[in-house]
Design a binder for this molecule. Structure first.
Ligand code: NAD
Ligand code: WQD
Length: 336
């Protein structure tokens, strides 16, 4: 079976390619490399000893996408490709809506044309907006606070409408919590461009001396230590979740939605402590004001994925930190 992985050169996509290849799937990647490097795919081949077909193509280029579907025999699509920086999406809403929404519409149109009606979509816990309680279940109300999040919610709605109109589509919406960590080999990992927006890359870059200190965005939240609490999940566990989702597609499930998290929340201070322990040195931090749009606590109820996908996260916090640290040390400048 051949799986088309859009955005397969990116952070989560490259780890998912490894797990798909290890599980015996053929993998075809489409990526325009706007936020990634072909080197990631070379390293996926090195890790697995298997080949990947790569098309450097933009999802917005319908003709090229059609040619790929003509050439390859695609059974299912895992759709990662998209722009993902929350702050940037507030500055550049049109670019985000165009790339994420139009790109997906083009993809879905070509899939329909070629009779490929199986898709796993990368959604996000961001679609829960400001949840009233935790743990968060899949049937909680949905809302968003920024254009990036709105693209995810709109795309979920588009996919729900598509399934409503034509129930022969099989669609799995995966809502990721906070993916961190890297492949055990230290060969692939997260490679943010410029100054990282997310906590963990900022911590690891501080540990290697690229920044003076980690800014802790608020210590006055209603949480045990006052800092924000999140459900950090090892990217390799997330990748395994996609293999389970592809297996599920083969059972023709219709439309399903699953949280992919661990079900456990850790605070910013927990994360700084855990990384300090793993790196063997104190990671300096400074207190900063709250970041606009942040919520106090966010972690998943993961019952549904366990029951229906037979999936649960296996790797704990120390392993996430050790693997992120190995990647950072071996690749201080990412793939460059
Ligand atoms: P990433 O930026 O590393 O990967 C996305 C990939 O898509 C990149 O390789 C980029 O070059 C490619 N891409 C973007 N627009 C494209 C287009 N028009 N045509 C072709 N390729 C295009 O991001 P990631 O962290 O691996 O995230 C993957 C998916 O998961 C995204 O949809 C993201 O929104 C979603 N997600 C990520 C997180 C997270 O914290 N990393 C959390 C929830 C959801
Ligand atoms: C985690 C915690 C911050 C940086 C984001 C997106 C979300 C999803 C995952 C795509 C929070 C605090 C952070 C720093 C800090 N992405 N923090 N200092 O905001 O939970 O989720 O990535 O779908 O949509 O919003 O992740 O890593 O930015 O923040 O104190 O330098 O760390 O306030 O409590 P977030 P994050």
């Amino acid at each position: 079976m051949a799986i088309l992985v859009t955005g397969g050169a990116g952070y989560i996509g490259s780890h998912t390619c490894v797990e798909l290849l290890n599980a015996g799937y053929e993998v075809v990647v489409v990526d325009n490399l706007c936020n990634s490097s072909e080197e990631a795919l070379r390293r996926v081949k090195e890790i697995t000893g298997k080949n990947i077909k790569f098309y450097k193509t933009d999802l917005l280029w319908e003709r090229e996408l059609r040619e790929i579907f003509q050439t390859e025999k695609i059974d299912a699509v895992i759709h990662f490709a998209g722009l993902k920086a929350v702050g940037e999406s507030v500055q550049k809403p049109l670019e985000y809506y165009h790339n994420n929404i139009t790109g997906t519409l083009v993809l879905l149109g070509v899939m329909r044309e070629f009779g490929v009606k199986n898709i796993v979509f990368s959604s996000s816990a961001t679609v829960y907006g400001k949840p009233e309680t935790v743990p968060i279940k899949e049937d909680f109300p949905l809302s968003t606070t920024n254009p990036y999040g709105s693209t995810k919610l709109m795309l979920e709605n588009i996919l729900r409408d598509l399934h409503h109109a034509d129930s022969s589509w099989n669609i799995i919406l995966l809502r990721y919590f906070n993916p961190i960590g890297a492949h055990k080999s230290g060969l692939i990992g997260e490679d943010p461009q410029g100054i990282p927006n997310n906590l963990v890359p900022y911590i690891t870059q501080t540990a290697v001396g690229k920044h003076e200190a980690v800014g802790v965005f608020g210590n006055d939240y209603d949480t045990p230590d006052g800092s924000g609490v999140r459900d950090y999940i090892h990217v390799a566990d997330l990748a395994d979740g996609h293999v389970k989702a592809v297996e599920k597609l083969a059972q023709q499930p219709g439309l399903c939605t699953y949280n992919l998290g661990t079900g456990t929340g850790y605070s910013v201070f927990d994360m700084i402590k855990a990384f300090s322990r793993v790196c063997g040195k104190d990671i300096p931090y400074v207190l900063k004001p709250r970041r606009p749009g942040d919520i106090a606590v966010c972690y998943a109820d993961v019952t549904l994925a366990r029951e229906e996908l037979g999936w649960s996260a296996k790797r704990g916090l120390d392993e996430m930190c050790e693997d992120a640290w190995r990647w950072q040390q071996n690749n201080p400048n990412g793939y460059k």
